[in-house]
Design a protein around this ligand. Structure first.
Ligand SMILES: O=C[C@H](O)COP(=O)(O)O
Length: 315
């Protein structure tokens, strides 16, 4: 598949300055997503496998060690027992990427070897981003130098809260340049942005500044990925595509733990952006503890019963 990059545009405030969002309507629509039938029951196991291929399998904890990262990478290379995959006629399934702190990138690269699974590194003073810009850019360059294939940056929430779109655009542009060939995800930390209008505006600015994906959350805010916020971000992605022809990816992250969550977010993608957008270069689910439940549900599909927890390697 050809490498897909969003080059960005000039800052074009006209695309978002006057937007208004009908919050109750967004909430009503979001509430219907988990129960919609766009993914038929008999195809759910296939969609669960697809969800696995889109996971950024994540560890972002203060007590991370190289051993933990190596175990995570083993799981990323082989997320489901081979016999279970064989029973479903599938081979070579991996997660979309692993996601770690910058000092763990080299260990992740070693553990992933030639598996083709990319390493994503958070950077720019994750999770709050409150560091001088030159240090944040240096952190990106460090992670790229260590071998990161993707960089998950955080934005300065104050720029959004103060409506300083130029400052936000310039910061993200500079980050995109520092990423070089590594693809960039812009984490908006939507739980800090106060309104759905701000989420939409920040989404537009992040895309105009050249983000390859926009991502909801760090997993560390008080409120992380929600369906209403995700709906607003997907619609901004749709508008940006209509304006420019470029497809920007979406990454919900933070608090996604169940197969039900994975299906609800895939329904959102299918209904708002189309089936074609539900693939690893355009959709990632950032999660540290979702894989275990996906494995459990897939095992139930294959064997007709739930495996005991100790038989599954919980991610
Ligand atoms: O980017 C990914 C998030 O940090 C994962 O959050 P989580 O630990 O709630 O799954």
């Amino acid at each position: 598949m050809a490498e897909h990059r969003n080059p960005g545009t000039e800052l074009t405030a006209d695309w978002f300055a006057d937007l208004r969002i009908n919050t109750p309507a967004v909430e009503r629509r979001a509430a219907t997503l988990p129960v919609r039938r766009s993914i038929k029951k008999e195809f759910q196991a296939a969609w669960l496998l697809k969800a696995i291929s889109c996971i950024d399998l994540t560890t972002l904890a203060g007590d991370d060690t190289e051993d933990r990262v190596a175990r995570l990478c083993a799981k990323a290379r082989q997320p489901i027992a081979p016999e279970m995959l064989a029973a479903m006629g599938v081979e070579g399934l991996t997660t979309g990427a692993v996601c770690v702190y910058p000092t763990m990138v080299a260990a992740a690269k070693r553990a992933l070897g030639n598996s083709g699974v990319p390493v994503a590194s958070v950077a720019t003073g994750f999770p709050a981003g409150l560091m001088p810009l030159d240090l944040r850019l240096a952190e990106i360059r460090y992670a790229v130098d260590q071998g990161a294939d993707e960089i998950d940056i955080v934005i300065t929430r104050a720029h959004v809260l103060q409506g300083d779109w130029t400052a936000l655009y310039d910061e993200i542009r500079a980050m995109r340049e520092a990423c070089g060939a590594a693809k960039m995800k812009a984490i908006l930390a939507t739980g800090d942005l106060k309104s759905l209008e701000n989420v939409a505006r920040a989404s537009h600015v992040a895309m105009q500044a050249g983000s390859d994906w926009i991502k909801t959350s760090t997993g560390k805010e008080g409120v992380n990925a929600t369906l209403p916020v995700s709906l607003v971000m997907c619609r901004a992605i749709r508008d940006y595509h209509a304006q420019t022809g470029y497809k920007v990816g979406f990454k919900p992250a933070g608090g996604l733990k169940t197969s039900k969550d994975a299906l609800a977010w895939q329904v959102l993608m299918v209904e708002e952006l189309g089936r074609d957008w539900v693939r690893p270069d355009l959709f990632r689910i950032g999660a540290s503890s979702l894989l275990g439940d996906l494995e459990r549900q897939i095992s139930h599909y294959v064997t007709g019963r739930y495996a005991a927890a100790h038989r599954l390697t919980m991610a």
